[in-house]
Design a protein around this ligand. Structure first.
Ligand code: MF3
Ligand code: CO
Ligand code: CO
Length: 259
């Protein structure tokens, strides 16, 4: 393999593996009584002790090291002094930057103790939707292939995928083209180029009502809440497009299964 390409792949593997390890490290702490600020501190400390940087910290003015999106928060939830309670669901979205500037971006929705059957089902649908999308990745395939597969599955289950926010190209920058939507038409949209990375990260809601947008003081990042207070769920992986298919960057052994 050409040297530049090999170092890109190695860097992305390293970043992705650390992000996945961070999610695994966080998992046992997700219990009633912990605050989202404490989760932020755990992510910050673990990342630094692995010679990496948490990408969210200072990104467009975002003041924390991780996104913690609880219950009706769709994404970009800001860690606060909120204490998790039995029955909450929380998406923890970790992005690590390793030497060379490579980014690994992965998230999972965790349960705090036991959750309602309704919330469990929503989370399972979000997880499977992500994998339906990932299955469509291929060199010279289109972003619409992913969006179509995600939306088809989600609609069939009676849920709704958020349209305006989604996956993205990733590498030595956090967010770049292409946008990877959670809806679309087969064969339409932007092309996946071999030896680039994208994330697949559908956000799944219980209904189609418009959600609300909220600003974060001192930051250009917004967080989003569902219109009616019902939960939203999400999973995310960073993927490498190869010359024959795809590879997971954000794995460290077995995938984090939360349900
Ligand atoms: N990790 C999020 C994503 O999946 C982006 C978070 S941006 C932040 O794209 F600033 F809120 F951290
Ligand atoms: Co992402
Ligand atoms: Co993310």
């Amino acid at each position: 393999m050409e040297a530049g390409r090999a170092s890109f792949v190695q860097g992305m593997e390293k970043a992705g593996r650390l992000a996945a390890r961070t999610l695994k490290h966080v998992k046992p702490f997700i219990k009633p009584g912990i605050t989202t600020n404490e989760i932020d501190k755990i992510v910050y400390d673990f990342t630094l002790s692995n010679d990496a940087k948490p990408a969210p910290l200072g990104y467009k003015g975002f003041p924390k090291s991780v996104c913690t999106s609880v219950n009706d928060c769709i994404c970009h939830g800001l860690p606060t002094d909120y204490t998790l309670k039995e029955g909450d669901s929380i998406n923890v979205d970790v992005t690590s930057i390793v030497a060379g500037g490579y980014h690994g971006d992965t998230s999972a929705t965790f349960f705090v103790g036991e959750v309602s059957e309704e919330d469990r089902k929503l989370t399972e649908v979000a997880y499977t939707a992500m994998h339906k999308g990932i299955n469509e990745l291929k060199p010279f395939g289109k972003t619409g292939d992913v969006g179509f597969a995600v939306n088809k599955y989600v609609m069939k289950q009676g849920y709704f995928a958020v349209r305006e926010i989604g996956g993205h190209g990733i590498g030595t920058t956090f967010h770049k083209d292409p946008f990877v939507p959670s809806f679309g038409k087969k064969g339409k949209g932007e092309m996946f180029r071999p030896w680039t990375c994208v994330t697949v990260e559908p956000m799944i809601n219980m209904n189609s009502k418009p959600y609300s947008e909220h600003s974060i003081e001192g930051s250009d990042i917004k967080y989003y809440l569902t219109a009616d207070g019902t939960n939203s769920a999400q999973f995310e992986h960073t993927m490498l497009i190869t010359d024959s298919g795809y590879e997971f960057m954000t794995l460290d052994g077995e995938e984090v299964i939360t349900f």
